[in-house]
Design a protein around this ligand. Structure first.
Ligand code: NAP
Length: 264
């Protein structure tokens, strides 16, 4: 299936590690041009080398999206080199554990700033160019938006808002033919996940316990499985899909909790 991404330019926030890295690699494998927005200097440089060695074109903008000015400057930097934007993947985020009981209003606001504001800001500044290209937007949310996790109010609120914005933007941008969708991972082993699982006393047994509850295959979702859905949604093969929340989670969020897939 040709996804028709050749020479099209896609911005990926947090595109140097974890799920973002897989999205970057998959866009490049389809002939697209990934613009990686990520503060990870070494990982970004290595990824760029790998992509260029395989004949691809890419850009690494080594920045953390902290405020609207940074988002604006990132868009300008990308345009100064490629002069077009065909898609935005809002992916950067951190499950920073700002709870209700042990958090504070200030920490909550900061968490929203880290996890939500740049989804709006980056898309806002990219929009005139997405209108020109009839581009596409994918927001990476999280199952915590629907299930809760405990002790992570800022992250969960941001992830819920991303789902609301997906529908809101899908409606607002209908007139331009711009499609907006969300992909919802549950359990994907990435550097972020590693940090989170390490907060448990026995991370290995916690991981086994989680895997045993994932209905399809009793295993984590791979970053590649998330990337495949994202890249499909960005592509011209998904031209009648908009405003959708797509769960790529082996049935984790929705299937019957009474299932015992280890001993069926
Ligand atoms: P990850 O392993 O931490 O990778 C994320 C990358 O984004 C890192 O390189 C990180 O850099 C960068 N980043 C973080 N904040 C940024 C910002 N403001 N501007 C630019 N880059 C930034 O995370 P991941 O697990 O791949 O998660 C990616 C997305 O999937 C997130 O939105 C997350 O909420 C969502 N998700 C993941 C899972 C999972 O199981 N992994 C489950 C549900 C949802 P630093 O490391 O330097 O901060």
């Amino acid at each position: 299936m040709d996804l028709n991404l050749k020479d099209k330019v896609f911005l990926i926030s947090g595109g140097a590690k974890g799920i973002g890295e897989a999205i970057t690699m998959t866009i490049a494998a389809e002939g697209g041009i990934p613009v990686i927005i990520d503060p990870s200097e070494t990982e970004g440089a290595n990824l760029l080398k790998k992509l260029e060695a395989s004949g691809g074109t890419a850009l690494h903008i080594c920045k953390r999206l902290t405020d609207s000015n940074t988002c604006k400057s990132v868009i300008n930097e990308s345009l100064s080199i490629f002069d077009r934007i065909d898609g935005v993947v809002n992916n950067a985020g951190v499950n920073d554990g700002v709870g209700l009981e042990d958090g504070s209003p200030e920490a909550f606001s900061q968490s929203i700033q880290k996890n939500l504001n740049h989804y709006y800001d980056l898309t806002h500044f990219a929009l005139p160019h997405l209108i020109k290209s009839k581009g596409s937007i994918v927001n990476i949310s999280s199952k915590t938006a629907l299930t809760g996790q405990g002790s992570t109010s800022g992250y969960a609120a941001a992830k819920g808002a991303q789902l609301a914005l997906t529908r809101e933007w899908a409606v607002e941008l209908l007139k331009y033919g711009i499609r907006v969708n969300a992909v919802i991972p549950a359990e994907v082993f990435t550097p972020l996940y590693q940090k989170w699982i390490n907060t448990y006393d026995n991370p290995e047994s916690k991981l086994k316990e989680i895997e045993s509850r994932i209905p399809l295959g009793n295993r984590m979702t791979t970053a590649q499985e998330i990337a495949d859905m994202v890249v499909f949604l960005l592509s011209a093969r998904a031209t009648h899909i908009t405003g959708q929340h797509l769960f790529v989670d082996g049935g984790y969020t929705h299937l019957d909790r009474a299932l015992n897939t280890l001993n069926p």
